[in-house]
Design a protein around this ligand. Structure first.
Ligand SMILES: Cc1ncc(COP(=O)(O)O)c(C=O)c1O
Length: 306
């Protein structure tokens, strides 16, 4: 089962090979720990997922963070690094708390120019973005330009686990040296079988992704009419920027009581003053659910106004 799933995942994202990990956290930890040491310079977007930051820390690499999606800042940091040093640029594909998408093409150009490897964690793009649900990297950027690609299976695909995709050499190296791969029991074969079934659905029911795109468009359009402070995102992650923790908690509790499950995201997960409701849309959300959410948000806004 695991072998069949690894082949299907490699095929989905157009890479020679893929390797399954038990979770996305472990895939990121294992990849960074296996590829980097204290001589490696790692460059991370400031808003990268915690597992990427933790992986670089565990590896002992020299880590620097560039301003969010700021390629000039990244270029400045790369240019200051000795030309011969081992360099790795790391970014989320879709940013998990903001819903915006990395400019993978620009990151790949910069990485190539400075002789750095590029690693993209496409946890939230896989199954949603790309012509075939292959994510924001997949077939749009080949293995030469994005040599290390991570995808997780517990989000759009609805099962669990994760994979790293790349060259034969990368995967063989991870099998030997990624400790979160070597020193844990593989995910149950039943979970791998469920992911294979999810991949069948991904391939045969593209209307689910179309519906999701429509739902995102409808929600954003109506929210804009209501003057709700949505972040600039075209992915299923639609953060409502309420700023204060107390306000976010109040709204989240009210929404919960109205039968709406919305994440309350607050420091330290996001910077102080940037607390938000993390609205996550999915292919099963129809007009009725979206209208119910919009009505509740509108009511909360009106009540606050007085
Ligand atoms: C961008 C990103 N990478 C990795 C992970 C970790 O994946 P997992 O939940 O499978 O450990 C998450 C969230 O859980 C995520 O949002």
């Amino acid at each position: 089962m695991h072998d069949a799933l690894e082949r299907r995942l490699a095929e989905l994202v157009g890479r020679p090979r893929a390797l399954l990990f038990s979770t996305g956290y472990m895939a990121n930890l294992g990849t960074l720990q296996a590829l980097c040491d204290d001589a490696t310079h790692v460059f991370q977007d400031r808003l990268n997922h915690a597992s990427l930051l933790d992986g670089a820390k565990l590896s002992g690499a020299r880590s620097r963070r560039f301003h969010h999606r700021d390629h000039d800042d990244l270029e400045r940091l790369l240019a200051r690094t000795p030309a011969k040093a081992a360099k790795l640029v790391v970014s989320d594909g879709v940013f998990s708390m903001d819903g915006d998408v990395a400019n993978v093409g620009a990151l790949a150009d910069l990485s190539a120019r400075h002789d750095a490897w590029l690693m993209i964690d496409d946890a939230h793009g896989l199954g949603v973005l790309g012509a075939h649900g292959d994510g924001c990297v997949g077939h749009a950027h080949d293995v030469e330009r994005v040599p290390i690609l991570v995808g997780t299976l517990g989000k759009a695909l609805g099962t669990g686990g994760a994979f790293v995709a790349g060259s034969e050499a990368l995967i063989e190296h991870l099998i030997q040296f990624a400790r979160p791969y070597v020193y844990t029991t593989a995910q149950p074969p039943g979970v791998a079988a469920a992911t294979l079934a999810a991949l069948d659905i991904l391939a045969s029911e593209p209307e689910r992704r179309e519906h999701l795109r429509d739902a995102i468009g409808y929600f954003r359009h109506e929210a804009a009419l209501l003057g709700l402070p949505l972040a600039d995102s075209f992915t299923p992650i639609q953060p409502l920027m309420l700023a204060e923790t107390g306000r976010v908690m109040r709204w989240a509790v009210e929404l919960h009581d109205a039968g709406l499950a919305v994440g309350a995201i607050r420091p330290p997960t996001v910077p102080r003053g940037e607390a938000r409701l993390r609205i996550t849309l999915c292919a099963k959300h129809g007009r009725e659910a979206l209208d119910r959410l919009l009505e509740s948000l509108s009511r909360l806004q009106r009540e606050e106004a007085g």
